[in-house]
Design a binder for this molecule. Structure first.
Ligand code: ZN
Ligand code: ZN
Length: 141
């Protein structure tokens, strides 16, 4: 059986399953990630969109502009408001999932830190993580 990772929102009404391995995992301190998480860093885990399934619950969505001036379509639980999933204008074939929403997040290995210029001064990042001050000129790199 193929590997899968499940998660859901704070009130447990919405549940999702992602199959296989993530295609991209980013830490990010852009203003949207800070607002959506209520924290200083967001963890975005991207799977191919066809590998993400919402099993139950009702999502609401809204569209906003990123710090780089591109749209983000964000989906959240209609009951508790947890931001769970998003699509980015420049990565339409991927679906982002909130790293903290996974039941068992040990598989998550960030490979990049975007908006590193906003990293809190007290936080040390170690290991082989690509540090991008803002969003790279070509975000697919
Ligand atoms: Zn909920
Ligand atoms: Zn961000």
């Amino acid at each position: 059986m193929e590997e899968f990772h499940e998660g859901g929102c704070a009130c447990s009404v919405v549940r999702f399953r992602a199959t296989g391995q993530p295609r991209r995992v980013s830490l990010c301190s852009c203003s949207w990630c800070r607002k959506r998480t209520g924290s200083l860093i967001g963890i975005s885990v991207y799977f191919e969109k066809n590998n993400v399934e919402f099993m139950r619950g009702k999502l609401k969505s809204h569209r906003l502009m990123s710090d780089a001036g591109r749209w983000i379509e964000c989906q959240f639980c209609g009951q508790c408001g947890s931001a769970l999933s998003w699509t980015l204008e420049f990565l339409p074939e991927f679906r982002g999932l909130a790293g903290g929403a996974f039941d068992d997040p040990v598989f998550i290995r960030p490979e990049r830190y975007v908006y590193y210029q906003n990293k809190p001064g007290w936080l040390e990042i170690s290991g082989d993580i690509n540090r991008c001050p803002a969003m790279p000129e070509n975000p697919n790199q």
